[in-house]
Design a binder for this molecule. Structure first.
Ligand code: NAD
Length: 490
């Protein structure tokens, strides 16, 4: 169906979307948001599903029923209000599950300040954080291995890096941004963060028109908190992005004003970044701006950029008019304290008006970003060059452990190093180094490559000698380049 609306001149096809009103303030802010975007001419048809607290408490630990997944997967675009995760264990985060099941690899969070109408220490701030959304430590693969040590696997993949980095550059290009910054900690994590940085450099080279820079995350985060105007678009792995996107939203003025988009190759989800604020529920108090910002990101994604622009400019005008909900209301700056419904009415009354102090937005010509699918590269020449045996050993003297472990060596395989929490403790360790009961013993072949059956032989001997091996990690070289970390101090 092709429709032409009152406010918008673009020809658009009606889009079916899924919505969930969520918990707490969710239903109120969703009603306000839908009212505004429909008044602006959004060409959407809405299918509502139930997610969240009621579903959890009915015994579904995922917080979402199978039928609801079917609707989300059919419509592909999901606008979600915040939900309450019940207290107590056993409940899975619906957000994390949704991102992973639907392959929503990119989390996009614009953080802009609205000085002088919303209080902020950073009057000039307009940063977009683009966070990898699926991998890193959020793979959630954790194990306890010894009495004293637990581990969480940090998985970073080339497809994951390529998709998110390309998304960041394409986003910057589409929205007329000038610079893309990458944050990693590759001075320490040379393999995982090193891959993210290397892919940033590779893909960045395809965008000569954009400025590019890389910061080590610690000093980059400090700079972002202190001088956000130095940044434009920032792309980073999942954990850093989780933390810094909240910091950026907060220093812009309020986490209550920010929305975010979760984008995948097929599906997408849009939301406010705040929670369900149960104490404010049902009182017509909540600020619907965060979810409205999520809905604006959704309209842009749907290609309804003219509607997105009309809504954003009307919202900016309303903020500029000093019509504020309680959370951002400030005596002397704000003009009128309003409830959720009245705020929505004010935005609707401002449709097709533009702000005069705050810069109006222009999304003209925008469309949903369509990125090429990841293409697997030809396999590298992969050679097995050694193995790390991790052992649970309650002693404290690495020289003693080295004696036991050297017994596993034969003519063809030698113990070359022992580390404890990454730091080399044998040979030539320091007696001052604190050691836990979790030891890594590195074996290398005396010549040539290691054979898999030599690992089996090492493990068999370890069982015979009553050594508690908790895991092994193979050491590989790819195209002749060693692809594993050295011991710290090695
Ligand atoms: P919250 O974001 O709900 O509330 C934090 C503070 O901000 C509260 O003082 C609240 O009153 C205020 N606030 C938040 N949004 C507001 C709005 N739109 N208007 C006015 N004031 C607003 O965080 P919380 O209290 O830590 O969490 C409450 C529940 O929300 C928890 O069950 C949590 O698990 C859940 N949560 C859900 C999501 C989500 O669904 N995406 C995200 C975060 C938290």
């Amino acid at each position: 169906m092709i429709l032409i609306t009152h406010f918008c001149t673009q020809k658009k096809i009606m889009q079916r979307i899924t919505i969930a009103k969520g918990d707490g303030i969710g239903p109120e802010i969703m009603d306000a948001t839908l009212r505004i975007i429909l008044a602006a001419g959004a060409k959407i048809k809405v299918d509502e599903i139930e997610v969240g607290e009621k579903v959890y408490l009915a015994g579904n630990t995922a917080g979402i029923a199978k039928e609801a997944w079917d609707v989300i997967r059919k419509n592909k675009v999901f606008l979600k209000a915040p939900i309450t995760t019940p207290q107590g264990g056993g409940y899975k985060s619906l957000n994390v599950t949704t991102r992973k099941f639907l392959g929503l690899y990119a989390n996009v969070r614009p953080c802009r300040s609205y000085h002088p109408f919303v209080k902020t220490k950073h009057p000039v701030m307009d940063v977009v954080i683009i966070r990898e959304n699926e991998e890193d430590l959020y793979a959630g693969i954790e194990h306890q291995q010894t009495d004293e040590v637990v581990q969480c696997l940090k998985l970073i993949s080339r497809p994951g890096c390529e998709k998110i980095v390309r998304y960041a550059f394409e986003y910057a290009k589409q929205y007329g941004r000038k610079k893309v910054t990458c944050f990693t900690k590759d001075n320490i994590m040379k393999q995982t963060d090193g891959l993210f940085h290397a892919v940033f450099d590779e893909i960045g080279a395809e965008y000569p028109e954009l400025e590019k820079e890389h910061w080590i995350i610690d000093i980059g985060a400090a700079k972002l908190a202190d001088t956000p105007e130095a940044f434009d678009v920032i792309v980073m792995p999942n954990l850093y992005g989780d933390v810094l996107s909240d910091v950026a939203a907060q220093i812009a003025g309020s986490v209550g004003l920010a929305g975010s988009a979760n984008i995948g190759e097929e599906c997408s989800m849009f939301e406010a970044i705040h929670g369900s604020a149960p104490r404010r529920a049902g009182q017509n108090m909540a600020n619907p701006s965060g979810l409205l910002q999520g809905a604006i990101l959704m309209l842009n994604h749907l290609g309804q950029t003219d509607v997105a622009e009309v809504v954003q400019n009307a919202w900016l005008k309303t903020i500029e008019d000093g019509i504020h909900t309680y959370d951002i209301y400030k005596e002397g700056v704000s003009k009128q304290k309003v409830g959720t419904r009245e705020f929505a009415n004010a935005v609707i009354a401002n449709l097709n008006k533009k702000p005069t102090t705050l810069a109006p937005v222009s999304y003209a010509g925008g469309k949903a970003l369509k990125l090429p699918s990841y293409k697997r590269k030809p396999a590298a020449n992969k050679e097995l060059v050694g193995v790390d045996l991790f052992v649970h050993w309650p002693g404290t003297d690495a020289n003693e452990l080295a004696k036991y472990m050297s017994d596993l060596s034969g003519n063809d395989v030698t113990l070359t190093m022992i580390t404890n929490r990454g730091i080399k403790v044998w040979p030539d360790g320091f007696k001052e180094t604190f050691c836990t009961d979790h030891w890594r013993c590195r074996f290398k072949p005396t010549s040539g490559m290691l054979q898999k059956n030599q690992i089996v032989q090492l493990l068999t001997k370890a069982i015979e000698k009553n050594i508690d091996t908790i895991k092994t990690e193979n050491l590989y070289a790819f195209d002749g380049k060693p692809a594993y970390s050295l011991g710290q101090g090695q």
